[in-house]
Design a protein around this ligand. Structure first.
Ligand code: ADP
Ligand code: MG
Ligand code: ZN
Length: 566
């Protein structure tokens, strides 16, 4: 729509363009109005309680609205209403709700107030937290604000990990931040999974369902792959237990009841977006929607990488991943053991044994740029450590002033981008520990995190030459958009450059400029004094090996936070 708008503006005199703009706004508004009407219609219980004001979020699986509730005392309270798409798997919905009710409401984890359901439609009502757009504030945050932000993110992660919840989609849009009030909230448990000892019963049910689902993926009769609706055989009781827990909060307002799968739906559902219990959003369409033979997959994956590497001009890496064919790997690939030996390990060809191997099924939820290496390589055993990696990527963005830091449309490109920062040898080495072999045509060294972040932010001492540096240096390419126009835009925007120049000029004029120097020093917002502890923590978050990666509990005790007020 935006490009269409631009093209139009080029041709038309400004006034008409303005009209077009207004019309466009109007269309959007009436679209939202219709959505609001529809939601009232679908869940009529809402009418008497909430005044829905506007749409504040729209994803593949939900729409979120701002609403006010008329309280008895006569005052209004703001709420966020999350309307889940009707095709959401009932177990998924129940699990998301249970995460919010059990782990939420404390330590920066969003809680739930009410839940409404009518037929397929479920609306989760949460306290509303007004929040910033990450991109809008990224370059104006002080170093201290970044420290507080990370501290509060770890607090939320410590809480959910304590409950055995792996969030799987930790990213700025799921961690709400109110800068003024210094309030934070981790939201969106739509992809959450449980650890083996999770305290969230429904996540355990989701887990076993997804195992059935992923194994049935390999059965020839299931031609539609894992998108076919799974009728819920899970204990009705558990679902209703969570339901009653919720309605305890609700009082007489509503009744949440988790719907069981129903047969009549199947025919129509196949064509709409379906969130499976497996928890994978509709990324990776190539590799997971079509049940192909592993042969095609491996070859296909390298092909994907070929195209991707052309896009990333400076990276001529071709990588492919496969399970290391040794005992460790076989043990790791627990659910579908393959008793095979092959001779293609660590070579760039695929042997006949591997060709006949079943596709490895592992959850790969999340957003490519935030996915941990073990997620990208489809390691079947994934732990809470994957959330810590994602937190590390957020921290990397905050320290470098670049968002998104990695912009990859597929897993292998994302892996290549990780290699450019953490080193190819190191990545390959770490992958071996979780039973994965990565082939890579080019060796790239690991980078020093401070040097990288300072260069990107423009606060390093060699910054005066940063314009050409930013343009020609391939090191930080992943932090940039892939098209060249954007690269130039970024380079000329490097905010630290001006700051650095200011600082240099201050150093030159010593006489009578004391006051001015302090003024300008505050402009730096602490970015000239980033302690080593910050990069040490970043290094421990971006540990390629999930087994040694820092935990949320440990991160809170890291020296970086030694004087943060709790
Ligand atoms: P989805 O599963 O569609 O990503 P989320 O739960 O992440 O849904 O919500 C989408 C967006 O809606 C969030 O990024 C945030 O901007 C907004 N949002 C969600 N919950 C709240 C809330 N409690 N208060 C304010 N805004 C919210
Ligand atoms: Mg979200
Ligand atoms: Zn082989």
């Amino acid at each position: 729509m935006e490009t269409a708008l631009k093209a139009h503006q080029d041709e038309q005199p400004p006034l008409q363009a303005e009209n077009f703009c207004r019309k466009h706004e109007k269309n959007k508004l009436s679209g939202v109005k219709k959505d609001i009407e529809k939601i009232y219609e679908a869940v009529p219980q809402l009418v008497n309680v909430f005044k829905i004001k506007e749409k504040i979020g729209e994803g593949t699986f939900s729409s979120v609205y701002l609403a006010t509730a008329q309280l008895q005392a006569g005052c209004e309270e703001k709420m966020a209403l999350k309307h889940l798409i009707p095709t959401s798997h009932p177990l998924r919905i129940a699990a998301e709700l249970q995460c919010l009710t059990v782990a939420g409401g404390q330590d920066n984890v969003m809680g739930v107030k009410y839940c409404f359901r009518k037929n397929d439609h479920v609306v989760i009502v949460m306290p509303y937290l007004e929040h910033e757009s990450f991109l809008d504030i990224l370059n104006s945050l002080s170093f201290e604000e970044v420290r507080e932000y990370m501290f509060n993110l770890f607090k939320a992660l410590r809480r959910i990990h304590h409950f055995g919840i792996v969030h799987r989609d930790v990213k700025p849009s799921n961690f709400l931040y109110n800068r003024q009030l210094k309030k934070y909230a981790l939201v969106d448990f739509g992809l959450a999974q449980g650890t083996p000892d999770t305290k969230i019963e429904l996540l355990r049910v989701v887990q076993s369902e997804s195992q059935q689902e992923s194994c049935s993926q390999n059965k020839p009769h299931l031609t539609l792959g894992n998108r076919a609706p799974v009728s819920v055989t899970a204990p009705r009781q558990i679902a209703q237990q969570s339901a009653s827990k919720t309605s305890d909060n609700i009082g007489s307002l509503s009744q949440m009841q988790i719907k069981q799968g129903k047969e009549g739906k199947e025919g129509s559902v196949h064509h709409s977006v379906q969130r499976s219990v497996f928890g994978e959003r509709n990324f990776n369409i190539h590799s997971s929607t079509y049940p192909e033979s592993p042969t095609v997959k491996l070859i296909k994956q390298s092909k994907v990488m070929d195209v991707a590497s052309r896009k990333l001009a400076t990276k001529k890496m071709i990588i492919s991943t496969k399970a290391v064919n040794n005992g460790v790997a076989r043990k790791a690939a627990n659910s579908c053991p393959a008793i095979l030996t092959c001779d293609c390990y660590a070579t760039d060809r695929v042997c006949s044994v591997c060709l006949s191997r079943r596709q490895q099924v592992a959850p790969r939820a999340g957003t490519p740029g935030f996915r941990a290496p073990e997620v990208l390589t489809k390691c079947p055993t994934q732990t809470t450590a994957i959330d810590m990696w994602s937190a590390g990527i957020i921290f990397l963005s905050l320290l470098s002033g670049r968002y998104p830091f990695y912009k990859a449309s597929d897993d292998l490109t994302a892996l290549a981008q990780i290699m450019t920062i953490r080193g190819s040898r190191e990545t390959i080495q770490a992958a071996k520990t979780f039973g994965k072999s990565i082939l890579c045509t080019k060796e790239v060294p690991a980078q020093d995190l401070r040097t990288l972040c300072e260069r990107l932010r423009g606060t390093n001492s060699s910054c005066t030459k940063s314009t050409s540096d930013v343009l020609t240096n391939p090191l930080h390419e992943p932090a940039l958009a892939t098209d060249t126009d954007k690269k130039v835009e970024f380079a000329s925007q490097t905010p630290g450059e001006n700051i650095q120049q200011l600082r240099n000029s201050c150093h030159e004029d010593v006489n009578g400029l004391e006051i001015k120097i302090t003024e300008k020093a505050t402009d730096l917002k602490g970015w000239d004094r980033v302690p080593d502890e910050a990069y040490d923590l970043l290094d421990k978050l971006l540990d390629l090996n999930p087994a040694t990666r820092i935990t949320a509990k440990e991160a809170l005790l890291h020296r970086f936070f030694k004087d943060v007020r709790m």
